[in-house]
Design a protein around this ligand. Structure first.
Ligand SMILES: CC(C)(COP(=O)(O)OP(=O)(O)OC[C@H]1O[C@@H](n2cnc3c(N)ncnc32)[C@H](O)[C@@H]1OP(=O)(O)O)[C@@H](O)C(=O)NCCC(=O)NCCS
Length: 292
């Protein structure tokens, strides 16, 4: 399919007005599609040094955008009024030229499925969105067993220790485990960031280290189990349930009426932990990539 509109590529942080145009494109698209095509990682990535961008313009107006992440995953969106004109294809070609090997489809909607099939891409990963309502006056409390202790994150001093714990806990999950200091600092600057909602677990067994953590996120009345990580040497000791409840308890105490989270469909242990806490799958995001 020949390109129907020019596609420009760029590396590194986008200029302010261009980044604004991408955010506006994403917002207008979400109003029509009912699902966000670009994740927080991509939105924060507009200002990051390690991203490739492809931008499609029609009559001087941004009508499509793709971003390639350092490990080769990407996100791609075309304005609903401009679809089926080959713009998605042009953006995908530019993305693969910039190193993309896979693309996220949030909400796994029919156009994404058809687009992936047209490009010979298959589902290579599934991420479940799970959610759970908070009952009126519900309180969730729990305590870590001895000798573990919990405290809040301290901005400006816990970053390196947290990044070390995160990469150890998520060694098998490149997007989470590969988080850089720049990405962490960008999250700290986000309006939702709350250091008291990033719970850090310590143990005398691992002096100077963060043993485990539960990072919660709150946007409006919705809470999120943003990330629960336990160092590999401490996994299998029954900490996951308590740690999950500690973060949920924090979110409930701040007044959320719903808690959501995302988890890999193949992560049986995490799925079981969340099911036990009352979470149920409400939607599934998929990653499309080359077969095999
Ligand atoms: C998926 C998306 C990027 C496609 O963009 P697009 O500009 O419409 O894509 P193209 O015009 O290049 O489509 C290429 C081919 O994909 C297939 N396709 C795309 N959308 C389709 C749809 N709604 N129904 C059936 N086939 C479709 C067709 O085979 C099409 O070729 P054709 O129009 O000649 O039949 C766009 O629908 C979108 O932004 N969706 C929301 C974000 C998203 O889901 N991103 C993840 C992409 S995997």
């Amino acid at each position: 399919m020949p390109p129907t509109v020019p596609v420009r590529t760029a590396d590194g942080p986008l200029a302010g007005p261009v980044a604004d145009a991408v955010r506006s494109l994403a917002e207008r698209t979400q109003l029509v599609d009912g699902a966000a095509a670009l994740s927080e990682r991509t939105v924060l990535g507009l200002d990051a040094a390690d991203r490739h961008h492809a931008l499609a313009y029609a009559s001087g107006r941004l009508v499509g955008y793709a971003q390639v992440w350092p490990e080769g995953a990407s996100e791609l969106v075309v304005l609903p009024t401009e679809r089926r004109r080959g713009i998605g294809t042009s953006l995908w070609t530019a993305s693969t030229d910039a190193g993309a090997t896979s693309v996220w489809a949030h909400g796994a909607m029919p156009p994404a499925k058809a687009f992936a099939a047209a490009h010979g891409l298959v589902v290579v990963r599934k991420l479940h969105r799970m959610e759970r309502a908070v009952r009126p006056a519900e309180a969730i409390t729990d305590r870590l067993p001895e000798p573990y202790t919990v405290r809040r994150f301290v901005v400006g001093s816990d970053e390196d220790a947290w990044l070390d714990a995160n990469s150890a806990a998520f060694a098998e999950h490149p997007e989470q485990g590969g988080m850089t200091k720049a990405e962490l600092l960008a999250k700290e600057a986000a309006p939702w960031f709350d250091p008291a909602g990033l719970l850090l677990v310590e143990t005398p067994e691992l002096p100077g280290k963060i043993a485990a953590f539960h990072w919660t996120k709150r946007v409006g009345s919705e809470g999120e189990v943003h990330a629960v990580g336990i160092r590999p040497e401490l996994q299998g000791r029954g900490l996951a349930g308590v740690l999950t409840r500690l973060g949920m308890g924090y979110l409930v105490a701040t007044g959320v009426d719903r808690i959501v989270l995302w988890v890999d469909s193949g992560n049986e242990r995490a799925l079981r932990t969340y099911e036990r806490e009352g979470f149920r799958v409400s939607a599934t995001d998929v990653v499309y990539g080359a077969p095999g």
